[in-house]
Structure formats: structure tokens, C-alpha cells
Design a protein around this ligand. Sequence first.
Ligand code: C2E
Ligand code: MG
Ligand code: MG
Length: 419
Amino acid sequence: MLNGDGLQEQLPNMAGSPLTILAIKVDGIEDMYSLHGKGIADSIVWSIAHRLMSRKKPMAFLAHTGLGEFILVTPSAKCKELRGKARPIFELFSTPFVTDLGDVSFKVSVGAAFSEKEGGAATQAVSDAVAAMRIACWEQGNSFQQYDELLGTKLSQQFSIRSQLHKAIENNEFALHLQPKVDLGSGVVNSAEALIRWNSPELGRVSPAEFIPVAESTGDIIPLGRWVLQEAARLVQNPKLPASFSIAVNLSSKQFSDPALLSQLKQIHKRLKGTSRSLELEITESMVMAESADINRTLTKIKAMGFKIALDDFGTGYSSLSYLSRLQADTLKLDKSFIDPIPNDQQHADFVASIIQMVKALKLKLVAEGIESEEQFNWFAAQECDEAQGFFLARPLDFDAFLASLPLGRAQVDIPKPA
Ligand code: C2E
Ligand code: MG
Ligand code: MG
């Protein structure tokens, strides 16, 4: 396998043949380096490279050009639509990787470009494929993007986000919206998830799915994440909220490895001590699956202060449930992709019902996230899932609208009796 310099040296040797270039980004590898260290992360990169090499055609070559970023160059006939070329890559990633951390699945983003000529044109095509891959990364799940001229507009939007973000933090252009979580036993809303919103004077409304990854790459996530925690701690103390209210805050992995996080949480703990209000911290699977001593220590300290931990987007990262029994989480949030096929796909419904039973046996609380229909709501209530969150119940709302929408006592939703 080549590195970035090797790639530049090799490209002219492909002289004369049209080339398909795939830029492949394996999500979560940067987190692996920062959270679990170089040794573990390098060996994971090698197993990924090994799998990519196994499907490589003769005359093609593979380069590792950055943390979990690969370039695959293949001689091929001119092809207008390159999506088919990415399919084998997605297939390669459909089976989890066996690693020192257990079985691990990765989301992968693929950008593609075609070069009819060798040399400089091929170098440009590599840049185009990488640009397309950066756009593909914005999407959830495995994603594909082919380079075209319109991509320039999308990329310049990303650059604008990058250039505006820092100033936006200083100018306080953000707000926290709250989306209620309904207790499926009682119908009461006793908690909500805080979701950040950015209304930029220059860019208009920008989705967190777009600016959070940029904030993570620039480091702006640290001050932004600090603000989110402070603001959530302020809101949760509002006397108009029901007693014992809790707000769930999303933490990014960069924040989680920032030593200042613990001191901030200590201060918040002091402020909330003696009240019946609390914060819950949402983390993702890639942040906790290792038995890493550092991570476990941080989690133990956070939990000792009385903060509850929720595992967000559960089911998207790691296939094995076995590590859950050792995990320090209190709550699992079942990812929307598990909710969508319910109730029409019977086989899938049986599968999710068995996950719910397993989570109950582990004495963890289960939240179904992304409930969009009454049928889905009724199905999860009948399964005695603990909480539901989704557009069927309410969209994320600004704080005043959230207070105004709050049902006092029982929610205005009928909870069906279990079958
Ligand atoms: P998440 O933490 O998994 O949040 C749930 C996302 O699903 C939210 O998107 C929410 O609006 C959306 N959602 C909830 N119910 C439904 C539904 O029924 N249908 C559909 N289609 N969507 C639903 P949002 O607010 O755009 O946030 C996207 C992601 O951005 C979040 O996913 C989270 O990963 C990240 N994020 C949001 N706020 C913060 C924050 O304050 N800090 C950090 N680090 N990340 C944040
Ligand atoms: Mg969340
Ligand atoms: Mg989620």
C-alpha cells in the first residue's frame, strides 16, 4: 500500500489509460487514534487496507493518504455513472472487522472521479474525488458522491461554514432547541434532548449535521460544546419545567477527551445539586466501546457526579451486544434506522422486539428515536419500550415553544396497553 507521496509518484506511471479514482473515508478512525491510541488504530487501518486490497483489480493501486482515508486508482473504460464502482466497497464494509476492541463496523463515505488522461489530469481527478468524498461525509450511513461541477457550490458552502463558525460562537448565534421524550409507561414528558441550532446572519439556518462535523475538524467543537452544556444547565433549572426534569446533551468525542470537560461538569453538578433537575450526556458507540482505561475512568468520574449516560444512535456502530453488559451507560437510544421499517417489516419487527428484551435484561433504559407515525408509537408502547422521541410527538422546539407545548401531568397521547 502506498502513502500520499507514493500516490503522486505512481500516477504518471498509469500513463495512457483512463482511470477511475475512488476516495474512501472510513468514519471513526480519527476517533480511534485520539481515544484508543496509535497502536490499536494502526492495526485497524491495516485490517481495513487488507480487505480493500483483497478486491483490488490487477493494475490498480491503493494509497493510505490520511487517518482512515484511502485512494483507490483503477484503470477503466470511460463511465458516466461511477456509483456501481463504489458498490463493492460498501459490500466489503458490510461485515464487521474483528479487532482488539471487539467486532467493529464502520460507516464509509466514497467520492469518485474519472480521468481520461494521465499525469496532471489524474492528479486533478484525485483532488476531485477527495472533494466529492468530503461532501459524501455529510450524509449519515454509507454514502456516495460523484464529482461534478455543482460540487464546487457545496464545497464553498462548507468553506463558508468553516470561516463563519468561529465568529458565530463569539457572537452567540446559537440556540438550544428541545425535543421531548415521552415516557411510554405514564405518557409524561420528564425529559428532552437538547439540539443545537445555528441561525447565521450570512448563511441562514445551518443544520447541525453540516456544522458539527466542521466544528469537530476545526476544534471549534470545544467552545461550542462548552456553551451547549452551560446553556442546557441554565435551561434545566427553569421553574416552569416539571419537577425532576432532565435534559440530554450530545457530547462529541473531541469534547470527551478534553480534560476541561470534567471541571465544567463538576461546576454544573454543584449548581444542580439539591435540585431535582439533571443533565444526561449522550455519547456514541465509537467513544465507549473500548475497554480503554482512560475512557472508563472519565465515565466513572462523570457517573460518580450523578450524570446519567445515554448511548446515542445505538445499532449503527458495533454489531456485538456483548460489550453492553460491561458498559457504563444507563440508557440506549435505538437509532432511527431501526425504527423506520416498523411495523410493516415483520422480520425486522421481531428482531427489534428481541433487542428490546435483551436491553431490558441488561436493566438499561431504552429510547426509540425518530418515531414518525402513530403505528410506530403504538408498536413501541406495546413492546414496553421505556421512552419515545420523534416528529410524531414533537419536533425540536425553541425553549418558549417547548414550555408552551408541555402537557401538564399526563401527555396528550394515549398509551395503548401491551398486547
Ligand atoms: P442525534 O443526537 O441523533 O439527534 C437526533 C436527530 O434526529 C436530530 O436532528 C432530530 O431533530 C432528529 N429527529 C428526531 N426525531 C426525528 C424524526 O421523527 N424524524 C426525523 N427524520 N428526524 C428526527 P438534528 O437536530 O438535525 O441533529 C443532528 C445531529 O447533530 C444529532 O443527532 C447530533 O449528532 C448532532 N447534534 C445536534 N446538537 C448537537 C450538540 O449540541 N452537540 C453535538 N456534539 N452534536 C449535536
Ligand atoms: Mg442525540
Ligand atoms: Mg441519535
